[in-house]
Design a binder for this molecule. Structure first.
Ligand SMILES: [Zn+2]
Length: 456
């Protein structure tokens, strides 16, 4: 009898131990896939309300995930914006303030962190400023595959690129080879970036599109080509999503879709991106498809930013937070997003060279700042020391500057932006001794950056 109770006691202790171990055990880590489309305005995707069917594949991902309706880039430029996503720091802190400048070596990036958790990591990129020798964002990637169809600039002419099929070719081959590993894959497309090209089979009829769809000043000729690029790129994304489903990797993976910045088509008398801080270039799509398609087909309306992507990934997968990261975990209820302030900065789209040495300037400060809080936005132009303000809930295209008419209501916001200007300027002053890749641009790099509009 005593022996029976002893055995029972041992079984009970073992059961308690196993249950305890089970509760404490970390959930299984999931595959992570980030799909980025360069230069993609959120409002040109069907799932973000565009009246044309430009994005059936991206829409299907949104239906399986959580769509953020108000996501902003902190800066409307490729290298700084992607670096913000992977470091969760604003440009003045990560160092890659312009295309052509690199991230500070001392800053750890998301892929470097994921390596510690045993992830096989790969990036397939297709935009010149992201090249490893320029930006340094390749750190932490086991494979960093650079895909360029053509030189973008040759004899003074730009060559349009339809390169997403080539990106896919590399991505599909990588997936086939690594599908049984725990992986982090970043696929970066660039089709909607200028110069725009119309793709056969991806044209739209604009007759029934309401004119209110577009901000005043929009050039429709450019829009038509741009939409064709989006639809063509979306088709290629559909191929990747289908392949993930076919391989049984879709359902269980964490998939994030976003853009690095938007594009301006003549509104505010401005074209392309990089220098201004209007929503045409700051408002970007962000879709998070959780493992197991949890809380699918959901829309979140808080103000969020690409700075939140890395902390969100580590939080969803129950990893330890990365200390230096300043963004918020978007599915962590302990971190309220209400009344959040999104602080944007831009240094201009171009790489500025010193005239004689041909080395570029590092000690640059932002030329414009913006703060978005709830539905209010204020923009500060440093050169002209001027302000603009907009009420975004009824004027998302920023057509009516309310700064002069309503400035008494904006005192807090003005004070806020002035504080940021001082803080950022002080920070830059303190960090200008950090050496990065000064003088490392080759003639080929300069040609490529010029063709993209980044060198004047
Ligand atoms: Zn870009």
């Amino acid at each position: 009898m005593i022996r029976f109770f002893r055995v029972l006691l041992i079984i009970c202790i073992a059961l308690v131990f196993c249950m305890g171990a089970g509760l404490q055990a970390k959930p299984k880590l999931k595959n992570i896939i980030i799909i980025s489309v360069d230069t993609l305005r959120a409002d040109h995707l069907s799932c973000y309300g565009y009246p044309l069917n430009t994005s059936p594949a991206i829409d299907s991902l949104a239906a399986d995930g959580v769509k953020f309706s108000h996501c902003y880039a902190l800066t409307p430029l490729t290298a700084p914006s992607f670096t913000t996503m992977f470091t969760s720091l604003p440009p003045h802190k990560h160092g890659a303030k312009r295309n052509g400048l690199s991230v500070y070596r001392t800053i750890k990036t998301l892929p470097e962190y994921l390596k510690r958790y045993g992830y096989k990591t790969a990036a397939i990129i297709s935009n010149w400023p992201l090249r490893k020798k320029l930006l340094g964002i390749h750190r932490g990637f086991d494979s960093f595959i650079e895909v360029f169809t053509n030189k973008r600039y040759m004899m003074g002419l730009t060559n349009p690129e339809g390169q997403s099929p080539r990106v896919n070719k590399k991505a599909l081959a990588w997936l086939k080879k690594n599908r049984k590993r725990r992986f982090f894959l970043w696929i970066q497309y660039t089709d909607p970036h200028a110069p725009y090209e119309t793709h056969k089979g991806f044209r739209f009829d604009y007759k029934k599109v309401p004119t209110s769809t577009y901000p005043p000043g929009t050039r429709m000729k450019r829009i038509k080509k741009y939409d064709s690029e989006i639809a063509f790129n979306d088709h290629q994304i559909g191929i990747i999503l289908n392949k993930l489903k076919e391989l049984g990797l879709y359902e269980d993976s964490l998939i994030i879709f976003h853009s690095d910045h938007g594009e301006s088509f003549g509104e505010h008398n401005y074209f392309k991106h990089g220098k201004r801080l209007y929503n045409s270039t700051l408002h970007v799509p962000l879709i998070v498809k959780l493992p197991g398609n949890q809380i699918k087909n959901t829309v979140r309306h808080e103000n969020v930013s690409l700075i939140d992507v890395s902390p969100t990934i580590t939080s969803i997968l129950n990893m330890r937070p990365i200390k230096h990261m300043e963004g918020l975990a978007l599915f962590n209820n302990d971190q309220p997003l209400l009344n959040r302030k999104i602080v944007c900065e831009t240094y201009g789209g171009t790489v500025l060279f010193r005239r004689k040495s041909k080395k570029y300037h590092l000690k640059v400060k932002p030329i414009r700042y913006a703060v978005i809080e709830n539905s209010q936005k204020i923009i500060y132009n440093k050169k002209h020391k001027s302000y603009e303000a907009y009420q975004l809930n009824n004027d998302f295209f920023e057509t009516k500057d309310i700064y002069r008419s309503d400035s008494s209501h904006l005192i807090n916001l003005k004070q806020l932006i002035e504080n940021y200007v001082t803080q950022i300027s002080t920070f830059i002053k303190l960090t200008t001794k950090r050496r990065i890749n000064e003088g490392a641009l080759s003639k080929e790099d300069i040609d490529a950056l010029r063709s993209l509009g980044y060198i004047e």
